[in-house]
Write a protein that binds this ligand. Structure first.
Ligand code: FAD
Length: 375
């Protein structure tokens, strides 16, 4: 089948690999002039790692295998320890890795037959997937199906009969960067009330960090390092050590927005990744779900373009919606500011048996799709 994929982010690249390996003729249309990785670092949980491996993309030897993720209070005292490595059913490891490296690995794994069209911004598509209209005078492309992986503000989603879908502000804003810092093999997220600090080793003596604060939408936040020191004052443990190492204002700043509910497509236009279900990053599953989508979509189109959307939606909706809503709730709980509520929450988290946390984690990081090995 001739398939056009719009957007060469993690989701679009994974879909291009999956569909091309499954025998389809794939064109990948990207508005940038090259493969670009927006963002600093990322955690790829075992469900992503396993799907990527089934597509022939190995993370072995890349980034940093994470022994566990620790949730701590502001002082650095442990509230919970999440460790896929400890799970009885072997799910394999999570990785902390730079986004640039993820893009390099995915781009290198693109099968030779995939045609990549850079500097081409898609303006609209026909619902029957027959045509993709490019911006300015670049013309149009024809296909039998279109996969839109064009991100949170998807231009393709905006012009489908289902409408653009409402974006929802999480009430939090986030700064990110990568720094020379050795946090060992453990990722840490420290909850400080109206702020939160994450530190993720990405290998090579470097760490990806994210600083989250409760804020009005589009608030600018501190403009200099002193302002950050004040906003994120009082952290202990690894978060405090990381903050003490900051020498410049974090290079990336975004409000954390999500799509209110998933939109899977219309006719022969199938949405994938953030275009379909952008979610808050509180469980580190946005890109992971995009990677799962890619494999599920490949399986759905095996039965032909007709009916693929229904098969794909049936395969993905319940799982993705649960992850999206769980992530939303987790972000709300993490930013509780009432000291009594925080103390009760922290006490409850410390008392939660490890087995309960492991069971929840196991359900999350088990790929929600069939893992048949692709050609
Ligand atoms: C602070 C933060 C931390 C996160 N941490 C994690 C994490 O640890 N683990 C995790 O799994 N997820 C994480 N995520 C989520 C993850 O970043 C996203 O879910 C993921 O990058 C989405 O990938 P995508 O390919 O769907 O979309 P995008 O990465 O947005 O890619 C879209 C692509 O489409 C292109 N494009 C857009 N419009 C057009 C057009 N009209 N025509 C042609 N091309 C177009 C863009 O240039 C881009 O290349 C995090 C997100 C944030 C904000």
């Amino acid at each position: 089948m001739e398939i056009i994929i719009v957007g060469a982010g993690i989701g679009g690249l994974a879909a291009a690999i999956a569909l091309a390996k499954d025998g389809h003729q794939v064109r990948l249309v990207e508005r940038s002039g090259e493969f670009t990785a927006a963002g600093a670092g990322i955690v790829l949980a075992p469900n992503a790692v396993q799907v990527l491996a089934s597509l022939g993309v190995s993370l072995a030897g890349e980034g940093q295998v994470l022994a566990s993720t620790e949730i701590t209070d502001k002082a650095g005292r442990r509230l919970a320890n999440l460790s896929p490595a400890r799970l009885a059913t072997a799910h394999g490891p999570s990785y902390g890795i730079t986004r640039a490296r993820v893009h390099e690995l995915l781009a290198a794994a693109l099968p030779a037959g995939v045609e990549v069209i850079f500097d081409a911004s898609v303006r609209s598509v026909e619902d029957d997937g027959s045509r993709v209209h490019l911006g300015s005078s670049a013309g149009e492309l024809s296909a039998e199906a279109v996969v839109a992986a064009d991100g949170l503000r998807s231009a393709v989603r905006a012009q489908l009969p289902t409408g653009p879908g409402a974006l929802r502000y999480s009430g939090t804003t986030c700064w990110r960067g990568v720094i020379d810092f050795e946090p060992g093999q453990v990722a840490t997220e420290a909850w400080g009330g109206h702020t939160r600090v994450g530190v993720v080793p990405v290998g090579g003596g470097r760490a990806y960090y994210y600083l989250v604060a409760t804020a009005e939408p589009e608030a600018s936040g501190p403009s200099d390092l002193a302002g950050f020191t004040e906003l994120f004052d009082g952290y202990g443990g690894v978060a405090g050590e990381l903050l003490a190492e900051l020498r410049q204002v974090p290079p990336l700043h975004h409000d954390l927005l999500e799509l209110d509910r998933p939109v899977w497509g219309a006719g022969r236009v199938l949405l994938l990744g953030d275009a379909a279900h952008s979610m808050t990053p509180n469980q580190g599953q946005g890109a992971v779900m995009a990677i799962e989508d890619a494999k599920a979509l490949m399986l759905a189109v095996r039965g032909g373009a007709e009916g693929a959307l229904a098969r794909y939606t049936a395969a993905r909706h319940a799982r993705v919606r649960k992850v999206q809503l769980d992530s939303r709730r987790l972000g709300e709980v993490a930013h509780w500011r009432n000291p009594v509520a925080m103390a009760v929450r922290n006490f409850g988290m410390r008392l939660t048996p490890q087995s309960a946390g492991d069971a929840t984690l196991a359900a999350l990081v088990r790929p929600g799709i069939e893992l048949a090995v692709a050609k």
